[in-house]
Design a protein around this ligand. Structure first.
Ligand code: GFB
Length: 313
């Protein structure tokens, strides 16, 4: 990728998109094409066509999506299925029709079968039933992955796909209801400490295991793949180790400096019991993650403290 290539980062204000922008700017890419939702509604096919026809885009990082934690996915199935189908279909099709050189699509570890053998290999996709709480998002993302493969086979379009594990970092969604577990716990422990609350209630049993990757590590992997990988199989991007929700909560309490009790609410959904990714394909290409979880937690908590006044409720 030459540094003056015209690179569209769809979803540039989100957790992943903002990390991709930081990474590309740090690497000296000087022609990033960025559009807010208000400037370009990716659910509007005609608007997406007009954008690609006008902008002569060379590369696309498709980081725009309707995302959320386990409760949000369970509460808004129609939105997760429809929005993600529309966004990805419009961008992939317009990119191909307007001569984009290469597009990177983002899947997720949660689109693999609920009980896939662990660690999960890319070949496990579509080999078993999905986790019910987020099957809507998963079906949309699987369709997007398949669309990339279909455009490569039928049109020779150079579309690739990454499958990131659970992500966290600056720019995350810290809302208490619709966020993912790590930012939700950071905020919950922070508020408990500030209010002197005697205990923090963590959803579920605390026994599910999750793998976490700092979003700046993901951005490095995505640029690595955009420059070096061109095949139809998706590529897992993860840390390579996981921990229980209880262990995560204990680590978050330590980082926040909360000394109260931890309790668990088994009436809340656990979701899939485990979804550790096998990252040997990406490691074989020469990539390694750098940011350890406890270090990433400290950095993310510092970002939360600096930005909490402007965060979504
Ligand atoms: O990040 P999360 O919401 O989604 O993690 P998934 C859910 C796990 O954390 C469950 C527990 O075991 C929850 O019971 N948990 C504990 C909490 N306390 C909390 C809390 O305060 N908030 C939240 N959100 N969880 C998501 C998919 O699955 O993975 C998305 O639903 C996305 O589509 C994401 O793909 C990467 O990891 O279970």
């Amino acid at each position: 990728m030459n540094k003056d290539a015209r690179v569209f980062v769809a979803g540039h204000r989100g957790l992943v998109g903002s990390a991709i922008v930081r990474r590309l700017q740090g690497a000296g890419f000087n022609h990033l094409l960025l559009r807010t939702h208000a400037e370009l509604n990716l659910r509007d096919a005609a608007a997406v066509d007009r954008f690609f026809a006008a902008e002569r885009v060379d590369y696309v990082f498709l980081a725009a999506a309707k995302v959320g934690g386990i409760r949000a996915n369970d509460a808004y199935p129609a939105d997760f299925l429809r929005d993600n189908l529309q966004i990805q279909t419009h961008v992939i099709d317009a990119a191909w029709r307007n001569g984009v050189q290469k597009l990177l699509f983002l899947g997720s570890s949660c689109i693999y079968p609920k009980l896939a053998p662990q660690p999960i290999r890319e070949e496990s996709l579509l080999t078993g039933p999905l986790e019910p709480t987020n099957e809507w998002y998963a079906i949309a993302k699987i369709a997007g992955l398949k669309l990339c493969q279909a455009y490569r086979r039928q049109h020779g379009f150079n579309a690739i796909a990454a499958m990131p594990t659970n992500l966290y970092g600056p720019g995350d969604n810290f809302s208490l209801l619709d966020s993912h577990v790590l930012p939700a716990l950071l905020r919950r422990f922070h508020e408990a400490k500030a209010n002197g609350a005697p205990e923090v209630v963590v959803w579920g049993s605390g026994t599910p295991r999750r793998e976490f990757l700092h979003v700046d590590d993901l951005a490095g992997a995505l640029l690595f793949l955009m420059e070096r990988y061109a095949d139809e199989s998706p590529v897992n991007v993860g840390w390579g180790e996981d921990l229980t929700i209880r262990e995560l909560a204990t680590m978050v309490a330590r980082v926040v400096g909360y000394a109260g009790r931890l309790s668990f609410d088994p009436s809340k959904p656990d979701g899939t019991p485990r979804k550790l990714l096998d990252i040997s394909r990406l490691q074989g290409l020469g990539w390694r993650p750098q940011i350890r979880l406890e270090e990433g937690l400290w950095q993310t908590y510092a970002w939360f403290l600096e930005n909490q006044a402007s965060l979504r409720s």
